[in-house]
Design a protein around this ligand. Sequence first.
Ligand SMILES: Nc1ncnc2c1ncn2[C@@H]1O[C@H](COP(=O)(O)OP(=O)(O)OP(=O)(O)O)[C@@H](O)[C@H]1O
Length: 330
Amino acid sequence: MGEYKPPFTITNEILSYVSSISEKIGRITAIRSLETKPHLRKNNRIKSIHSSLKIEANSLSLGQVRDVINGRLVLGEQKEIQEVKNAYAAYESLSEINPYSIKDLKKFHGIMTKYLVEECGEFRHGEEGVFNGDECIFMAPPAQFVPQLMDELFEWMKKSRNSVHPLIMSSVFHYEFVFIHPFADGNGRMARLWHTAILSKWKPVFEYIPIESQIEKFQDEYYDAIARCHVSGESTIFIEFMLSQIDRILEDISLQMNEENEQFSETVRKMLEIMEYDTPYTRKTLMEKLGLKSRDGFRRNYLQPALEMNLIQMTLPDKPNSRNQRYMKV
Ligand SMILES: Nc1ncnc2c1ncn2[C@@H]1O[C@H](COP(=O)(O)OP(=O)(O)OP(=O)(O)O)[C@@H](O)[C@H]1O
């Protein structure tokens, strides 16, 4: 087997993103907020899953994805519900992934596409393309070449793990992987999961940074960056695109954490302390438990900020003033 080296160029833009991202990661890790805030971690994980599936046309809303994950009954297509369960199972085991192992890649494809794909957990045996409506915009390499192409890609990763920065390696992998399109289905989801897995091995905080949501927000640009790399024959444009998006999301997360640190008032903290997870509370019960008399004060200082920060959610979000309204810790 030859020494395969995926083609890409390290540009000044890439270098400056690597430095900016490393600096932001340092700041986020120093605050340790993500570690101490399970709600933020869980919210971000739910966002990752929701976005990654939305890119593949899963129509469930963020709230429905949250409900499926919390074991609540959701009315929706069985296939879409199963996709959420599978993605959650995969993301929950993220820290166990060895991103340099093809065996693990297949195992996690098995988890990601359980009950949904015939060739679940194995490379495709048929030809695959990427379609925009009826139009085939990309034809993947013939199935007979997939095992060798994947071996070469993983060999390169293993060999370069100490010389290529993980921020660059994860993007190169992502592009090369979608180019090979090794599975009959689930390639996009697996590429994004593996990207996060490679980055998490470098800095564990990446487990809870929803890069997938950023991709979903800029999905056209994501597809465009991949297509432009096919034309240029190397992944440089895709690396630049991914790093710019990671830099942006880290900026947002830093702001979000600073805001939370400032705004996370004593009142909200007290209310969260008396609430159990997965238990619906009426406004009256919460006020009693907190020894409060004023409904307005409770709404202004406790309920509103906690809802805005997504720390609690309504059981009837479409009817905020319903008599049957309950609040649950997220
Ligand atoms: N021009 C392209 N060439 C190769 N891959 C592409 C291209 N545009 C997008 N992709 C990648 O392919 C993924 C979609 O591939 P496809 O429509 O074949 O779905 P899939 O492989 O069945 O799996 P999934 O549904 O999880 O994406 C996108 O999410 C993206 O990662």
